[in-house]
Design a protein around this ligand. Structure first.
Ligand SMILES: Nc1ncnc2c1ncn2[C@@H]1O[C@H](COP(=O)(O)OP(=O)(O)OP(=O)(O)O)[C@@H](O)[C@H]1O
Length: 147
């Protein structure tokens, strides 16, 4: 059976872009507990975003990203990184990046940046990963991952 290992969130909704929040998943169950507005739903939305690339409804234009006004920045870079185990026991990493920039002249600009799916332990010389795909994955164990 495939399983979730760790989820790292930076710059999504109330998770600011100055630090990385890591959520570790346990077997057989992980319970997410917190006050209203503390980010429970955001964690689930980040899991969905990591695995499908889909952002929550009504978040077109960067509303899923931490508000630059709250961060007191012109640009906020967001990243969701999911480490998971495949059905055949391999550790994989799915990473998605996006950004919002604010300019007086152009308003808010939302961009999707690099996405990747790679073996989690695949650091090559020079720190580059052995990337399987930065686009769509249709087959095998990654069937539900759309890149
Ligand atoms: N773009 C954004 N930038 C900064 N903060 C945001 C942004 N969008 C939403 N938020 C904040 O993120 C929080 C939403 O968190 P979320 O809905 O994940 O919490 P929750 O723990 O599921 O809450 P509840 O228990 O009420 O369902 C709210 O505090 C909201 O003000």
């Amino acid at each position: 059976m495939s399983s979730l290992d760790k989820l790292a969130i930076r710059g999504i909704r109330s998770f600011d872009d100055k630090s990385i929040s890591v959520i570790e998943f346990f077997n057989p169950v992980t319970v997410i507990v917190g006050h209203n507005g503390s980010g429970k739903t955001t964690i689930i939305e980040c899991l969905k975003y990591a695995t499908t690339g889909d952002q929550p409804p009504n978040t077109k234009g960067g509303a899923f990203i931490h508000d630059p006004k709250m961060a007191n920045e012109k640009e906020v870079k967001a990243q969701v990184k999911l480490r998971f185990n495949t059905t055949d026991g391999r550790k994989m990493l799915a990473v998605r990046n996006m950004s919002v920039t604010t300019k007086k002249s152009a308003g808010v600009t939302f961009k999707t940046l690099e996405n990747l799916l790679a073996p989690a332990d695949s650091k090559e010389k020079g720190g580059k990963r052995n990337v399987i795909s930065t686009k769509k994955i249709h087959t095998g164990h990654y069937q539900s991952l759309r890149f």
